[in-house]
Write a protein that binds this ligand. Structure first.
Ligand SMILES: C[S@@+](CC[C@H](N)C(=O)[O-])C[C@H]1O[C@@H](n2cnc3c(N)ncnc32)[C@H](O)[C@@H]1O
Length: 254
């Protein structure tokens, strides 16, 4: 298991387990919305699925899948065959509990798959959690077929200096991201800014809010809850002040 700073472990592991428990109690309609953690709206996910030409039988690596919502979205709406991977055991267990998809605890900087195993791969909200971005991208390229498609959702910084620094994050600039992709053998075909997509539909957001509220009622005093809240509040402020923006990328192997 990857050792993460406390705030990240709280957000990505402990809260993931709580999320699965609450969704199991509230019902399956709550699963997809609350298991998309940081991956944007359904419209942004649909854009990625269309760009990567996901269809019935497309094999998809969801690298850093968290609770697995995006991979499950690709399976349920497009018929793709995702494999969910994440270094955090509780997140992987949560994804397996909620969606029953193949799921594996592993670090995407070193993937336990043979070369050319997947038609498509995506890493949504993951790149800014690792320093070794080229190592992670090179691993994704290795496990893609020669015609493989890559999807990314990346928080990029628009300034050299951020007012506040969330624990354990390292945000690339847009130019650094493009350099990292070129250096690891990818060509960008399409890109979009997440702010150009419509907000999540009211029903989707209401499901997210309900799960969050129940978790809050149960765990508000828990240090992991407070750390996760602090971390996501900080990210929200950096996004709304424009110091970070969310970029979607579709790239192909060259
Ligand atoms: C913001 S969450 C996004 C989760 C999911 N992709 C989504 O969009 O809902 C970032 C995820 O990256 C994972 N992560 C951190 N380091 C990683 C690594 N080295 N390899 C793969 N995933 C990693 C975290 O455990 C966490 O689940």
């Amino acid at each position: 298991m990857r050792e993460l700073p406390d705030a990240m472990a709280a957000e990505f592991d402990t809260v993931a387990g709580w999320t699965a428990t609450v969704v199991e109690e509230l019902g399956e309609d709550y699963a997809l919305p609350s298991a998309c953690r940081g991956s944007g709206s359904p419209a942004a996910l649909a854009w990625l699925c269309e760009a990567l030409q996901l269809k019935a039988g497309t094999t998809l690596l969801d690298a850093g899948a968290g609770v697995g919502g995006p991979g499950a979205f690709a399976a349920q709406r497009y018929g793709a065959l995702p494999v969910l991977t994440d270094p955090m055991p509780e997140a992987v267990a949560a994804g397996r509990r909620l969606f029953g998809l193949p799921s594996l605890v592993c670090d995407s900087r070193q993937l336990p798959f043979p070369a050319g195993r997947f038609d498509a791969a995506w890493a949504l909200g993951v790149l800014c959690t690792v320093e070794e971005k080229r190592q992670l991208l090179a691993e994704l390229r290795r496990v893609l077929t020669p015609t493989g498609r890559l999807g990314l959702l990346v928080l990029v910084r628009t300034t050299d200096h951020l007012d506040e620094q969330p624990d354990g994050n390292s945000f690339p600039s847009y130019d650094e991201l493009r350099d990292d992709l070129a250096a690891t053998g990818f060509q960008v075909l399409d890109e979009a800014d997440a702010s150009d997509f419509p907000d999540s539909p009211v029903a989707w957001q209401a499901h997210v809010d309900r799960v969050q509220a129940v978790i809050g009622e149960r765990h508000a005093e828990h240090p992991a809850f407070r750390a996760a809240e602090q971390q996501s509040g900080l990210l929200g402020r950096l996004l709304s002040s424009g110091q970070l923006r969310t970029v979607l990328i579709h790239a192909v192997v060259v």
